[in-house]
Ligand binder design. Structure first.
Ligand code: UD1
Length: 419
């Protein structure tokens, strides 16, 4: 298992380009299952989860060509069976995104039930409830969810909790259903809007994407399309924090600041200087001292749970006490105990972590527990005096494209050590 070795205390400076959004590319690849025609996706990030999704599509019988790095040309005209196997689902929960498209187009889908995961129980009951509403029968056979329907039919679906991939699954299923589907309490994340754009190019009729109420009028068939994936807002936020936590100065290019206003506003309140010279660029620097500010995660457009761990790392360097409250997942504070190993003063109680700063951090040996937690450990390692080792960085490879190379080009001392 690869490790990172970081020699902290270096100020970052320079320019870094943001990759395509993992959480948008995943459903867009799954959407290619909805048509026998070719779907071309550009700006697909080169990260482990996308390799897994590609393998999943190929396993189902689809052809995925990668004519150049980050372009995927998918043809699902040759799909011959409808099962996402456990080996893939257990490494990536987002495999569940195959469920909606498969049942909609082929009348049958089999997806292994994802097990528990490091950040909580994460059930998929709402995905299944929604597919049942559209007329599918759903049952469990030996740990595999089996969904069947002759033809899905439009219906009203109300989510009691906002779910991102749940909303995406219904959007894809409803696009080929007979009649009109209305989704109430739909997720509003930018990735939803991006998926809606792709589906629309494929011939779907979708209104209200990006708002809590979406209306989808099903069509008999969808066709091929070309689409460019939006920039990754979480990678963008992570690099803003990287600049801030090292007292550095970064230009972040190829991003979309409008997708992360809650993060930008919060970091400005903390004292991070963030300028936007143009629509696709941010300039980040720190002049004065950072001030602790509380944060509570929320669904979009609120502060994203996927930035909570990185924000907590930053709060260890801010003056005062910050309360970091996690409202989306029930067990997403594993990074707190690792940050403590670097010297951070954090107390976790229920849904909140109380961070007392600033504390000088000193290098230590750490273990990454999930994707965003690993990012927070890298950030803390950059700020820590001396050498930090982070084990199990395969977690970070799931969602960040070559993070150590990008960090090195802006002055960080970080290397990957292969075992
Ligand atoms: C997506 C993102 C993930 C992000 C999360 C919240 C992808 C591939 N992943 O995950 O990075 O952290 O949104 O922004 O896009 N829930 C249920 N039943 C369900 C579905 C969800 O109870 O059937 C609960 C979850 O346990 C959680 C909450 O709803 O507490 C939100 O989860 P959800 O939005 O579904 O997360 P994902 O779509 O899995």
């Amino acid at each position: 298992m690869d490790k990172f070795r970081i020699l902290g205390g270096k100020r970052l400076h320079g320019s870094v380009a943001i990759s395509g959004a993992k959480n948008s590319a995943l459903p867009c690849l799954a959407a290619a299952l909805l048509t026998p025609e070719t779907v071309t996706l550009r700006n697909v990030p080169y990260v482990r989860d996308l390799i897994t999704m590609r393998r999943l599509l190929e396993d189902l019988g689809a052809t995925v060509l990668v004519p150049e790095l980050r372009t995927h040309r998918i043809n699902a005209g040759t799909v011959e069976h409808y099962e996402a196997p456990y080996e893939l689902v257990k490494t990536m929960r987002a495999s569940v995104l195959a469920l909606g498209p498969l049942v909609a187009r082929f009348g049958e889908a089999r997806v292994s039930l994802p097990g528990g995961c490091a950040i909580g129980q994460r059930p998929i009951d709402l995905h299944l409830m929604a597919l049942e509403k559209l007329g599918a029968t759903v049952e469990m056979q030996n740990g595999v969810i089996v969904a069947k329907a002759e033809r899905l039919r439009g219906a009203d679906v109300t989510f009691e909790i906002v779910t991102v991939t749940g909303t995406e699954n219904v959007m894809m299923a409803a696009a080929l259903a007979n009649g009109v589907t209305r989704i109430f309490n739909a997720a509003c994340e930018p990735e939803i809007t991006d998926l809606a754009e792709l589906l629309t190019k494929m011939g779907a009729h979708i209104e209200g994407a990006g708002t809590p109420t979406m209306t989808i009028t099903g069509v008999d068939a969808l066709g091929g399309a070309e689409h460019t994936i939006i920039p990754d807002r979480i990678e963008t936020g992570t690099f803003i924090v990287a600049a801030a936590i090292t007292g550095g100065e970064l230009e972040i290019t190829q991003c979309n600041p409008t997708h992360l206003m809650a993060v930008i506003d919060k970091l400005r309140a903390v004292g991070v200087e963030i300028e936007q010279p143009d629509e696709r660029t941010l300039r980040v620097s720190v002049r004065g001292k950072l001030q602790a500010r509380d944060v509570t995660t929320a669904v979009h457009p609120g502060f994203p749970t996927d930035m909570q761990a990185q924000y907590m790392a930053l709060m260890t360097q801010a003056e005062g006490d910050a309360v970091v409250t996690e409202m989306i997942f029930e067990n997403r504070f594993m990074h707190a105990s690792e940050l403590q190993r670097l010297g951070a003063r954090i107390r976790v109680h229920g849904h909140s972590a109380y961070v007392h700063g600033p504390t000088p951090l000193t290098g230590a040996q750490l273990i990454a527990s999930d994707l965003r937690a690993s990012a927070s450990l890298v950030l803390a390692g950059l700020a820590a005096e001396g050498e930090t080792w982070i084990d199990r960085v395969y977690h970070i490879d799931r969602g960040y494209e070559k993070i150590e190379e990008k960090l090195r080009t802006v002055g960080a001392e970080i290397e990957r050590v292969k075992n």
